[in-house]
Design a protein around this ligand. Structure first.
Ligand SMILES: Cc1cc2nc3c(=O)[nH]c(=O)nc-3n(C[C@H](O)[C@H](O)[C@H](O)COP(=O)(O)OP(=O)(O)OC[C@H]3O[C@@H](n4cnc5c(N)ncnc54)[C@H](O)[C@@H]3O)c2cc1C
Length: 436
């Protein structure tokens, strides 16, 4: 028992704090800085850390603030880029963003949140139990793939939901294409993608190019790429307006689209469909949408259909003091105060501003400063469509503004510039954390 107790570190104070003006009365009395803990090193968590650090710097009437970001690994994974080739490169180290602004990085898998005791339990990288006490918590643990119900027997499916999965798929494609065509089964060059939403479409239109990188153009041209969906139309999540362009791009990429189609069972390499059809493939990739991280449900509050926590206009979790939520785990309205606007999507486009608002507000609460509502009126969509180009639309009706090469240039700008945080440069990082 004693040994177990010693193995467990109860961590209260990070090594690095942000020094500010006088402490608040309450914390002065207790002789400690308030502790802000952020769970998650994705877009919401990282931008929350930058914004909280910025707020602590600017909030001269507030107090000192200790900020710690607790997450699984030391990287921001660029999930929106995991359909591309070279997925191993699609991440940014967190250290060069957090160190210059005095935010401590802690690694661990969070297992439990105790909102009453304001304590979080996590398993550290060496398997040790760690506990973190907090005064304010930002929950930014993101989302995971929502898998369809289907029976699998002696079969493996692939996904591009996280860095490790996307790298594993890429290694599988490399291995498949390394087997000479004469030695293999022709079906080994058949790729089946289940789920014809945003991610499935981007992956399907990119797939022949990726196969060509691994096995040469001629072989990639002979491969079959099949995109299945249970729905009667493709891209239900993108609405009808961009659909004609998406269909044109899928035709150009020679993607076989099969709608009203569900995979009921996969045994070895045999997929049995709801219409009785059978497809043989060892590369079955699931892209069927997302649901919120299960830490949301663990709090015992009501959640929406995607498992997200309801938050108020300041992104404070409704029904729990001291917890803000941002990104894919939060059900937030984009324009509170009017008709509520729209519910923020599970997108990095929403996760970054939500993270900033949550960071600003969580820091403000701890420093006795005013909060500011999260507000995000502008919304755009840009779908990569492989060699055909891309489609760029604005607004919630998704009016198409750019297609093909022009839209592709916009997509590349977002994917290589907008979603990357500044590194090493304290002033630039704090500037990126400013609430505009
Ligand atoms: C293939 C794909 C393509 C996409 N394309 C686009 C796109 O084109 N445009 C767009 O806007 N969005 C896109 N998205 C959605 C976008 O990636 C997400 O909306 C965004 O990543 C959400 O950010 P987040 O910070 O809320 O969550 P995440 O990015 O999921 O980050 C969550 C963080 O929490 C950590 N974490 C989770 N659980 C725990 C735990 N128990 N303990 C410790 N740490 C934990 C994770 O390691 C991670 O660091 C795409 C997503 C995928 C998967």
């Amino acid at each position: 028992m004693l040994r177990r107790w010693c193995q467990k570190h109860i961590e209260r104070r990070p090594r690095i704090g942000l020094k500010n003006a006088a402490m608040t009365e309450a914390n002065e009395g207790a002789g400690k800085m308030p502790d802000l803990l952020i769970i998650g090193g994705g877009y919401a968590g990282l931008w929350a850390a930058m914004a909280a650090a910025r707020r602590a710097q600017d909030g001269v009437s507030g107090g000192d603030l200790s900020i710690r970001l607790l997450t699984r690994d030391a990287y921001l994974t660029h999930r929106p880029r995991l359909y591309e080739s070279n997925p191993q490169d699609m991440r940014t180290p967190l250290g060069p963003v957090l160190e210059p602004i005095g935010v401590e990085l802690a690694l661990g898998e969070v297992n439990a949140i105790d909102p009453t005791a304001r304590r979080v339990r996590a398993t550290g990288p060496e398997g040790q139990d760690n506990e973190y006490q907090y005064d304010g918590l930002i929950l930014a643990a993101g989302s995971v793939l929502r898998r369809p119900a289907m029976e699998t027997v002696n079969a493996r499916t692939w996904c591009i939901d996280d860095h490790a999965s996307a790298v594993a798929l890429d290694q599988h494609l490399t291995a498949r294409m390394a087997i000479p065509e004469a030695d293999g089964d022709a079906n080994d060059d058949t790729v089946v993608i289940i789920g014809a939403g945003f991610t499935g479409i981007e992956l399907a239109t990119e797939m022949r190019g990726r196969l060509a990188e691994h096995g040469g153009t001629a072989r990639a041209e002979r491969a079959r790429v099949i995109l299945l969906d249970a729905a009667p139309t493709i891209s239900e999540d993108l609405g009808p307006v961009p659909r004609p362009h998406i269909l044109e791009a899928l035709r150009a990429a020679r993607v076989e689209v099969r709608l009203n189609t569900m995979v009921q069972r996969i045994e070895n390499d045999q997929l049995t469909l709801n219409d009785g059809g059978v497809i043989t493939s060892s590369t079955v990739i699931v892209t069927t949408g997302a649901r919120a991280n299960s830490l949301a449900a663990s709090l015992g509050l009501d959640t929406d259909a995607m498992g997200r926590l309801f938050v108020d206009e300041n992104l404070s979790v409704e029904g729990l003091a001291g917890i803000h939520a941002a990104g894919d785990i939060a059900h937030a309205l984009t324009e509170p105060g009017t008709d509520g606007g729209h519910v923020a999507l599970m997108s990095c486009q929403h996760a970054m501003p939500m993270g900033k608002a949550a960071g600003y507000n969580a820091a403000s609460v701890l420093m006795n400063l005013a909060s500011r509502p999260y507000k995000q009126a502008r919304y755009v969509t840009c779908v990569d469509l492989g060699p055909w180009g891309a489609v760029f639309s604005t607004g919630w009706e998704r009016q198409v503004e750019l297609i093909k090469a022009e839209a592709k240039a916009r997509k590349q700008f977002v994917m290589t510039e907008v979603i990357y945080p500044p590194m090493h440069d304290r002033a630039a990082i704090l500037e990126a954390g400013a609430l505009t």
